[in-house]
Design a protein around this ligand. Sequence first.
Ligand SMILES: [Fe+2]
Length: 198
Amino acid sequence: MSNTPTDAVEVKAPIDLMAWCEANKAGFVPPVSNQYLYDGKDFFAMVIGGPNARNDFHVTDSEELFMQLKGDIVVIIREGDRLRKVAVREGETFFVPGGVPHAPTRGPGTLGLVIERRRPAGEIEHQQFYCDHCEALVHDQAFDCADIVEHFSCAMEAFWADEALSTCSNCGTRVCKPMPVKRIEFEPEIRIIREGEE
Ligand SMILES: [Fe+2]
């Protein structure tokens, strides 16, 4: 029998999710605005607030499950050679299969849960940037999963600061460091408005 005896495992009490969010609200700060709810051996769960201030896409071999707890967000995904904005409304779940580049875009006051598989050292994941204007891939950075937590934010900052790296070779538009999301309009079409824009 290979299962660990249950008396060797600490079983945590259930968590009142919205009360936990309220108690931890000071920790939801840009650019990523996330906090760990569970940090397990097989998977982890993060609560992610808004606004966020990022325009990177994340690509992993593994799947991710989004559950939107409060407010509506947009997850931009790469399909074929196009970008598609998907509205994920309060109360909805959204499943991102492995290998799909995705960029969650979260407005102020929103809260969502994201569950991901623990990725072992040696597995590779990618941070990508796409052109706002022509939707071409501008930059792809591969990381060993062992290093990505430490290097993810630094790599974003380095990319935005590097004019050559962040300029689209297809059309010449630069991928700039984004301001926090101010609000998202969903009708008649999805429109993301950031601080300083109208
Ligand atoms: Fe472009």
